[in-house]
Design a protein around this ligand. Structure first.
Ligand code: PLP
Length: 376
C-alpha cells in the first residue's frame, strides 16, 4: 500500500485514534514467554481494528513466527503490504481462489471434504491444516466426518496433490478458566491427532489454543497458539495484565451553558437538573461509540470523568462538563490505557454490555489513525 500525503493539519481539530505499537510488542513478548510453542499473530478484522500490517510487523519483530487471518482476501492484503511470513487463512467459501492462495504461499484450513477436493482440484502443492470442530458447532469438520477427511487427505498427499502440514481446533469457553468444555475440546483434539496419524498423516503444526487458553491452560498449547485479542491487550479470561493499545481522543467543537430544565439530544432522554456546561464532541455511533451506551458512558476532560448526556448521535456526542471550565479545542479522551483515570475499551464494552473485541473492531473507518512507537 502506498502512503498518501495529507495536508498537515492541527492535530486537535479532529478525532484521533492512536495505536500504541509498544503495547502490542510487550503483549506479544508476554505470550511468547508463556508458551514453548510458536505464536501465530491473528490479525483478522484489520488487526482487531488496530491495523493488520502494523500489528503483524510488530508481533513478528517480537517473537511471533506466523500470521493468521480468516479470509484469503486478508492474506493477499498482507502480502501486498510486504509481509512475507507464513500465513494461515481459515475461513473461505468452497470456490475461493485456492490457486492464488498457493501462489501467495498462504496455508489454508480445511473444514470439509468439499473444501479439500476443491483445493486439490486447483492444482498441486497447497499446504493445508485440517480443521476439526472441537466443540462450538461453528467452523471446522464435525467429529463424525473426521476419519473420512483424514483418509481423503492422506490419499491426496500420497499422490503429491496437497500437503497436510497442520491440524487445528478452537475452544469456545476458554474465557472461563477451568471450564469443562476446554477439557472436552482438548480430548477431542488429541483424538483428532491420533486419527490423523493413523491415517498416515504427520502434521507438524498442532494448534488449539487462542488468547484465553494460552493464558490459562498450558495443556492446550501443543505446537502453536493463535493469538489475536491478547496482542492488542484484550484478555477474555481476565487473568493477566495486558496493555491496551488504543487511545481515542476528540476535540471539543462548541461549549454552551444551559439552564435547569433544558432537554438534550434526540428524544430528550436527558434533561439538565441544574445550571451546567455542555461540550459537543464530533464523534458518534458512526465512529463506533455504541448508541446503547447513552446514559452510561463517560469521557475524560482535564483529568476529570464527565458523563455523555442524552442520546449519542451518528456524528456527535454531548458531554456534561459541570463546573469545569473548558473551551472549544480542548481535548477529550474517549478511551485509553486507563493509566491516568480515563475510560478504557473495557469500560465501553461494559457500558455497551458487550466484549472489548466488538468495540475495537467496530471503530469507524473515518477516524484518523496514528501509530506511536516502532514495530520493534
Ligand atoms: C479469532 C480466532 C483466533 C484468535 O482468538 P483470540 O481469542 O482473539 O486470540 C484464533 N483462532 C480462530 C479460529 C479464530 O477465529
Amino acid at each position: 500500500m502506498t502512503a498518501v500525503a495529507v495536508p498537515t493539519r492541527d492535530m486537535s481539530t479532529r478525532p484521533e485514534l492512536h495505536v500504541d505499537l509498544e503495547a502490542i510488542a510487550a503483549n506479544t513478548r508476554l505470550f511468547t514467554a508463556r508458551t514453548a510453542g510458536e505464536v501465530m499473530a491473528v490479525v483478522k478484522a484489520d488487526g482487531f481494528g488496530h491495523g493488520a500490517a502494523d500489528v503483524a510487523r510488530t508481533a513478528l519483530a517480537n517473537g511471533a513466527t506466523r500470521l493468521g487471518i480468516t479470509s484469503l482476501t486478508e492474506g493477499f492484503a498482507l502480502r501486498e503490504a510486504g509481509l512475507d511470513a507464513a500465513v494461515l487463512s481459515w475461513l473461505n467459501p468452497v470456490d475461493a481462489d485456492w490457486a492464488a492462495a498457493r501462489r501467495a504461499r498462504i496455508d489454508v484450513a480445511v473444514p470439509s471434504r468439499e473444501h479439500l477436493l476443491a483445493i486439490a482440484a486447483a492444482g498441486p502443492g497447497s499446504r493445508v491444516h485440517l480443521h476439526l470442530d472441537t466443540g462450538m458447532a461453528r467452523d471446522g469438520a464435525a467429529s463424525h466426518e473426521w476419519s473420512e477427511l483424514c483418509a481423503i487427505a492422506a490419499g491426496l498427499q500420497s499422490r503429491g496433490e496437497i500437503r497436510v502440514v497442520g491440524v487445528m481446533g478452537h475452544l469456545g469457553c476458554a474465557g472461563t478458566p477451568k471450564h469443562p468444555d476446554t477439557d472436552t475440546g482438548r480430548i477431542r483434539f488429541g483424538w483428532a491427532l491420533d486419527v490423523a496419524l493413523a491415517a498416515g498423516l504427520d502434521p507438524a503444526d498442532q494448534h488449539l489454543a487462542a488468547t484465553a487458553a494460552t493464558l490459562t491452560d498450558p495443556r492446550t498449547h501443543y505446537t502453536m497458539s493463535r493469538i489475536g485479542a491478547g496482542l492488542v491487550g484484550i484478555d477474555p479470561s481476565r487473568t493477566s495484565t495486558l496493555r491496551p493499545a488504543l487511545t481515542l481522543t476528540a476535540p471539543i467543537v462548541t461549549v454552551r451553558e444551559v439552564r435547569p430544565g433544558t432537554p438534550v439530544g434526540y428524544d430528550h432522554t436527558w434533561v439538565a437538573d441544574r445550571h451546567t456546561t455542555l461540550a459537543l464532541l464530533p464523534i458518534g455511533y458512526a465512529d463506533g461509540l455504541p448508541r446503547r451506551t447513552s446514559g452510561r458512558a463517560e469521557v475524560q476532560i482535564a483529568g476529570r470523568r464527565c458523563p455523555l448526556v442524552g442520546r449519542i448521535s451518528m456524528d456527535m456526542a454531548v458531554i456534561d462538563v459541570g463546573d469545569l471550565s473548558v473551551r472549544a479545542g480542548d481535548i477529550a479522551t474517549v478511551f485509553g490505557s486507563g493509566d491516568t483515570g480515563e475510560p478504557t475499551v473495557r469500560d465501553w464494552a461494559d457500558w455497551a454490555e458487550t466484549i472489548e473485541h466488538e468495540i475495537v473492531t467496530g471503530l469507524g473507518s473515518r477516524l484518523h489513525r496514528t501509530t506511536r512507537g516502532s514495530h520493534r
